[in-house]
Ligand binder design. Structure first.
Ligand code: BDR
Ligand code: CA
Length: 309
């Protein structure tokens, strides 16, 4: 079994990633932690709780984390995901109650209680993980691996010219996470746009599965589909967090990986850029995904959405 700890700023694609983790026959979710990003912290927590209800997994350990980046103001992505982060579906208020333990403290505790057991999957800005690293600098060595949805190793960003959203929102946190010892996999915007694109027909097919998860996935992605069509002129939209969770669940979905250091830009136009480098004297390396199996990803996602009812 794969045991996952999932850190999420739950927008529409995070929600689908949570459903995929919940549905996977060889995975358990040990904990979900929330962080501000796509939406504010309270909304991210509501969305994560609501998604776990749709998945029928209300017993999962649930922790609330940081409500803003380490040093910068929070900038959300409600223009992309909807005012509620879930496609303006305005879901019922979740009945899930989070623990009183802070997410960063929970990450440290979970990792130290069971070294090498959990895979940490980061689907939002890396604030909670950076705070946890301040408590335990070797934190990532206590996870089996840390799979990060974030970055743009090809320098084609979605938030600035070079930067992807999760890294751009809290680059100081990201710099700490990419500099920490431990095994890390980076699934960037390059992978989302090459292997996790969804056409209008594919989105409708989610709903036609007729399951609670399929209908939910179709509905929460309405705003991101419109945003891509109307603002960017694109006939498709991307699912970055689902391809990251798919790779965490089945590493073979990553078909080309290169191992390099990642330096994070902190200033001016370089804010949030992720620079792959051979110069790793003082820097641990990261497995950077460059190519992934789009068909295997789509199959895993549709199987998950068909399963949860
Ligand atoms: C990332 O930013 C968010 O909008 C998505 O949820 C994903 O984690 C993509 O850049
Ligand atoms: Ca996310």
């Amino acid at each position: 079994m794969i045991s996952l700890v999932i850190d999420t700023d739950t927008g529409s694609d995070d929600a689908i990633a949570l459903l995929m983790a919940a549905a996977h026959p060889q995975a358990t979710i040990a904990a979900v932690t929330t962080v501000a990003g796509n939406v504010g912290l309270a909304q991210a927590t509501q969305n994560a709780g609501r998604t776990l209800e749709v998945a029928g997994q209300t017993e999962i350990a649930f922790f609330v984390g940081c409500d803003r980046p380490l040093v910068r103001s929070l900038e959300t992505a409600i223009d992309v995901h909807g005012s509620d982060g879930l496609g303006d579906t305005h879901q019922p208020v979740t009945t899930m109650v989070a623990s009183s333990e802070h997410a960063a403290a929970a990450l440290v505790r979970l990792a130290s209680e069971s070294p090498g057991e959990h895979t940490l999957v980061a689907l939002g800005p890396l604030t909670n993980i950076a705070v946890a690293l301040a408590i335990d600098p070797d934190l990532l060595t206590r996870f089996r691996s840390t799979v990060i949805m974030g970055g743009a190793p090809d320098m084609v960003g979605n938030t600035s010219d070079m930067a992807e959203f999760n890294i751009w929102v809290d680059p100081e946190a990201a710099a700490r996470v990419f500099a920490a010892p431990g095994h890390r996999v980076m699934v960037g915007w390059n992978v989302a746009t090459s292997a996790a694109l969804v056409t209008p027909e594919q989105r409708q097919a989610m709903g036609e599965l007729g399951t609670a998860a399929g209908v939910f996935a179709r509905d929460v992605t309405a705003v991101v589909e419109s945003f891509c069509h109307e603002q960017l002129g694109l006939p498709v939209f991307a699912l970055p967090d689902p391809i990251a969770i798919a790779i965490a669940l089945d590493p073979k979905i990553a078909t080309r990986v290169e191992t390099r250091g990642i330096r994070v830009g902190l200033s001016n136009d370089a804010r949030g850029a992720t620079f792959p480098t051979w110069v790793t004297d003082d820097l641990p390396v990261t497995d950077i995904v460059y190519e992934a199996d789009a068909e295997a990803f789509a199959a895993q996602m549709m199987q998950a959405l068909a399963t949860l009812d």
